[in-house]
Design a protein around this ligand. Structure first.
Ligand code: GLY
Length: 417
């Protein structure tokens, strides 16, 4: 199978690694790729968000499958143009991609099929505020809509205190107050491979979105991940498919915009039950790095079956009993203004740790041939182990062998899991 993979992050390096190592793959081109994918595939420099450029490359190489990594090409309609050209493509069209691009669209689809989501009510009157407080129940989350995220938020079990804060927000000129569902449980990412009709879940994973240990500091693209989630209900994946992914996929098919690709269900396991926090329409980063490390069945065959509408006749994915932990190494300044150009050393030493491989994201080669940081998230250090604790210990041993001046990483990824 000749495969074209679009993207350039550690997620795409993880995808490239799983595709390239499978005997079903005869040729793999990554566009634009990174120094890590260059070692296992052919990198070609095109604009992955330009539909005509992508179709031209896929046609030239006679691609049997195009796998779209990031969301930007999907939103730009690259998958639509590829499918119109008759090229099997793993990735939804622009309309179905609105599940990620438009929160309002996602909420509307979920409401249409009764999917439980983290609800939000925007109130402009006392009456609306009181109705929302009673509908969501305690603990109450009341947020001043006029302030930046995270400010002016009161979380309280006391209805009177919630009402008082809400009324104070409303009293301001043009005051609007947002009442939200309180998500009191852990978050889980479940990736569902879809062919427009059939849904196959991958292994659930958890990511760590904040920059600092203990979930301190600003939000990032993700600073680490692990799988399996031994603490999660055993039937979690079946439940998510039954109650969330399958109804959404059926609804999009009914609307004439079938979802072919990866439906990323971002979930909270709350005391009130499962809640969808968000949908994304592509593999998550950094969860993919950990999830694919445990995949023992063929990724190209799975994605090709999805792209060609044959998932129902294809066996589901199988998994190693081992655990995987991914620690992200970021450049100084991330997620703010990043300092690039720092020389990275120790990759070979890190990969000498048992069970470890290092995936590239924001890396490049300097004129002197040094590996240097070129972006915010620089490397993903992935370790397999007999359990999460061993995988974690190996990942951090590998991290200790890497050097990048001012590098940032969390020291508590998968701690105590
Ligand atoms: N892990 C978060 C994301 O991929 O958006």
């Amino acid at each position: 199978m000749k495969i074209l993979l679009l993207g350039s992050g550690a997620r795409e390096h993880a995808l490239a690694r799983a595709l390239a190592s499978d005997p079903a793959t005869t040729e793999l081109v990554v566009a634009p790729g990174n120094p890590g994918t260059a070692a296992i595939a052919t990198n070609l420099l095109i604009d992955p968000t330009a539909p005509e450029e992508v179709v031209e490359l896929a046609t030239q190489m006679g691609a049997d499958l195009v796998v779209v990594g990031p969301e930007a090409p999907l939103v730009a309609g690259v998958a639509d143009t590829l499918r119109q050209a008759g090229i099997p493509t793993f990735g939804p069209g622009a309309e179905a991609s609105r599940l990620e691009g438009s929160k309002a669209f996602a909420k509307e689809v979920m409401a249409a099929v009764g999917v439980p989501t983290a609800e939000v009510a925007v109130c402009t009157t006392r009456e609306e505020l009181e109705v929302a407080l009673d509908r969501f129940g305690a603990p109450h989350v009341v947020k001043d809509d006029g302030l930046a995220a995270g400010k002016g938020v009161v979380v309280t079990s006391e209805r009177a205190a919630a009402l008082e804060h809400g009324l104070a927000c409303l009293a301001k000129e043009g005051g609007r107050v947002v009442v939200e569902d309180y998500l009191d449980g852990p978050e889980v990412s479940l990736f569902c491979v879809c062919d427009g009709a059939t849904v196959r879940p991958l292994a659930p994973a958890q990511d760590f979105k904040r920059l600092g240990d203990g979930d301190a500091g600003p939000n990032t693209g993700g600073m680490g991940s692990y799988t399996p989630l031994t603490w999660a209900p055993e039937d979690l994946s079946e439940q998510v498919v039954r109650e969330i992914a399958q109804p959404v996929v059926d609804e999009l098919a009914r609307r004439g915009t079938p979802f072919t690709g990866l439906l990323y269900c971002g979930l909270a396991l709350t005391s009130k039950g499962l809640r969808v926090v968000e949908f994304n329409v592509r593999f998550g980063d950094p969860e993919t790095q950990a999830v694919l490390a445990r995949l023992t069945s063929s990724l190209p065959e799975l994605l090709h079956a999805a792209a060609t509408g044959h998932l129902a006749d294809t066996p589901g994915p199988t998994w190693s009993q081992q655990a995987a932990v991914d620690v992200v190494l970021a450049a100084p300044g991330y997620p703010g203004t990043v300092t690039t150009g720092g020389v990275i050393t120790g990759v070979e030493a890190a990969e000498a740790v048992e069970g470890v491989h290092v995936l590239h994201a924001g890396t490049g080669l300097s004129d002197d041939g040094d590996l240097v940081a070129t972006g915010g998230r620089v490397l993903s250090i992935v370790a397999l182990g007999d359990d999460v604790a061993q995988a974690r210990q190996r990942a951090y041993e590998a991290v200790s062998r890497l050097h990048l001046d001012g590098a940032q990483y969390r020291t508590d990824i998968a701690a105590g899991r």
